[in-house]
Design a protein around this ligand. Sequence first.
Ligand code: UD1
Length: 424
Amino acid sequence: MSIYRIQGGIPLHGEVTISGSKNAALGVLAAAMAIDGPSVIENVPRVSDIETLLRIFSKLGADVEWLSHDTVSIDPTKVTSPEALMPEVHELRGSYYLLGAFLGRFSRVRQALPGGCNFGSRPIDLHLKGFTALGAANQRMTDEQIEIEAERGLKGASIFLNVVSVGATINIMLAAVHAEGVTVIDNAAKEPHIVDVANFLNAMGAEVRGAGTDVIKINGKAVLPGRKTYAIIPDQIEAGTFMMMAPLTHGDIKVNNVIPTHMEPLTNKLIEMGCLVEVGDDSIRTVLRPDETYTATTFKTMPYPGFPTDLQPQTVAMLCGAEGSGRVIENVWDNRYQYIEHLQRMGANIMCSGRLAIIQGGVPLKPATVPCRDLRAGAAMVMAALATEGESVIEQIETIERGYENFVQKLQGLGARISEERSK
Ligand code: UD1
């Protein structure tokens, strides 16, 4: 088992460059498999979830080539069979985008069921409802795999999502770009990565309008030629993780390569808590001096533009160092507090009931050995360890590396005393 060793209690100072968004990249790379020609994608994060997805593409017969550290070219034209049954499909949640991508291109798909972080029930009923509306009503699901077919091809339709779902919105878009006629997705998710996938598809020849609002309209096209270069947006969650380390360690951290509007749900909270926040064109500096404190407040996770659930564990870690009692209400996932017992092992005073967590700040944490329950929970463990004097050990770090590129090097660049020990 590989571990991080962290000597905490040191304020972090300096600048860190944020990588491309993992969740946007999962959607955009899948979209590259939905089109009919090659494309070049820049600002791709080199994290293990992305490497896994690209391995799946290669096994499916696509030409995948890294042109530089963060630029990949994908040519899906040699993929002739929409069957993704390799074990890697089960390793990540984002593999479910192949359902929409292949339905669009082949009107049929057979795929192993997706995996990913486990924070409660993660149904795909809305994805399937959307595919049914598009004419892919022939659906069979077992414990192992799912098979979907549109016997008469895909036809545009009006689809209302009764729950706002990032995955369902992207998946329906991926299928609908090839459907005959117009598709309308009502109550669509508005996350920045929805807009990113739509922008990529439009750059490749699709006609997707309204991404980033509640209603997305897609005019289907028989052929999407591709042959363009597209750059993925910066990772809002990675940026938020580093920003929250500033108050927690009483440091001064500037994140570069960010889109400040994407960060507003967090920026506003950091200001409310008493941090100095300087917003530039593509950077944000967050400062809390050693002699200052920050005040606890309430966070409610919501679909964008609400506060992101993927920053919820990091927020709980941050509130451990605040003055007063903070509250977090998790409105997206029904079981995303499983990591709290690990913060409690470090001495955190947290009460948790259903969707509510109450964090009593200002209780000094003690070093401990803790696992990474899931990707963002792992980042929260690292944050807690960075704020705690003494040596902590973080186990199962492969989980963190699914979504944070060069995490150790970036933290070391900010002055953190962190090292990694690898075991095969
Ligand atoms: C994506 C992100 C994940 C993030 C989540 C919410 C990726 C790869 N993952 O996950 O990191 O935490 O958005 O921002 O981008 N739901 C249904 N039926 C469905 C689909 C979803 O009821 O068919 C519910 C879910 O149980 C959940 C809510 O909708 O309560 C939101 O889920 P969704 O937005 O779909 O999350 P993902 O796309 O899986």
